[in-house]
Design a protein around this ligand. Structure first.
Ligand code: GS8
Length: 280
């Protein structure tokens, strides 16, 4: 595994677009011998050699250490045992390679596999599951279960990420409303988890990969909204602990204290800028 030595260099280089995800919203094998077209086909492990990528593959991740979206990709690659090079991007000074590889959204993560880019974290995780289908399937075989997994992963993006973002960009009553909405969404997720060890059932899967990077953010969001996730959603917190025991997760997630310091400092800077601009 090749890790970027610039991992912690760019802590303060990005604008609010890092947190809020858009540029405009400042406020707020060598090649495969053959590849089976669907990861829904389960092969005997003796055949897996023919379907997985070889060490000669070049896998580069355009990365940013704070990004929960990039963390998803790191977890999926680690779970599949894929070697890759992480290249830390300075989001306030995007590299020519980055702009070339993701000209539409200009966002991390971007996976560059043998020179070809794949963008958008959930699409990248599905791509990884299809290409490196020799082990640890992330999506289920059954089409309906696959659709369900995609639904909940999409829910994470639409409700958990967006709900957290709203909490960060609001104050007072609006923040309280955002907090209550977020807790409601976490409870829905806890209901979907039920008594299963993972969202994927007995094994770690697609929804687990989609959500676990945000588990780290719970700690920071709790401080901001003055609530305890464990009191609200104990099974979800137990799931988070279970996931953290997996090496692919623990080695991919940034330290939550560092993350918390980063975001709380970031929020303070943003507030100071608002005060200086005379905004309330
Ligand atoms: C979101 C990626 C994103 O927001 C995905 O990959 O799933 N839907 C996408 N990336 C942020 C960093 S993390 O907050 C980003 O690259 N921001 C820079 C920018 O928007 O200019």
């Amino acid at each position: 595994m090749v890790w970027s030595t610039r991992y912690f260099d760019d802590l303060n280089t990005t604008g609010s677009n890092l947190l809020f995800g858009t540029k405009t919203n400042t406020t707020q094998f060598a090649k495969h011998t053959f590849l089976l077209s669907s990861s829904s086909v389960n092969l005997p492990s003796s055949l897996s050699f023919y379907t997985s990528s070889s060490m000669a593959d070049e896998v580069i991740l355009l990365d940013f250490w704070v990004s929960p979206f990039a963390t998803r990709v790191k977890i999926a690659l680690a779970e599949k045992g894929v070697d890759y090079e992480s290249r830390e991007e300075d989001l306030s000074n995007k590299s020519p390679l980055f702009l070339k590889m993701n000209p539409v959204h200009k966002q991390v993560p971007v996976l560059i596999h043998n020179g070809k880019p794949v963008c958008e974290s959930l699409i990248i995780v599905q791509y990884i599951d299809e290409v490196w289908n020799h082990k640890s399937p992330l999506l289920p075989c059954d089409p309906h279960q696959r659709a369900q997994a995609r639904f909940w992963a999409d829910f994470v993006d639409k409700k958990i990420y967006s709900g957290g973002k709203l909490m960060w960009s609001s104050t007072g009553e609006a923040q309280e409303a955002a907090k209550n909405d977020l807790i409601g969404c976490l409870k829905l997720l806890e209901g979907e988890l039920g008594d299963k060890p993972y969202f994927g059932g007995d094994t770690f899967g697609f929804v687990d990969v989609a959500l676990i990077p945000f588990y780290n953010f719970f700690y920071t969001t709790e401080q901001l909204g003055n609530f305890r996730t464990v009191a609200e959603c104990p099974k979800l917190v137990a799931w988070g602990h279970r996931c953290m025991e997996k090496e692919c997760v623990s080695k991919s997630l940034p330290d939550h204290h560092k993350l918390s310091d980063y975001f709380l400092g970031f929020k303070k800077n943003l507030e100071a800028k608002f005060i200086a601009l005379g905004c309330s």
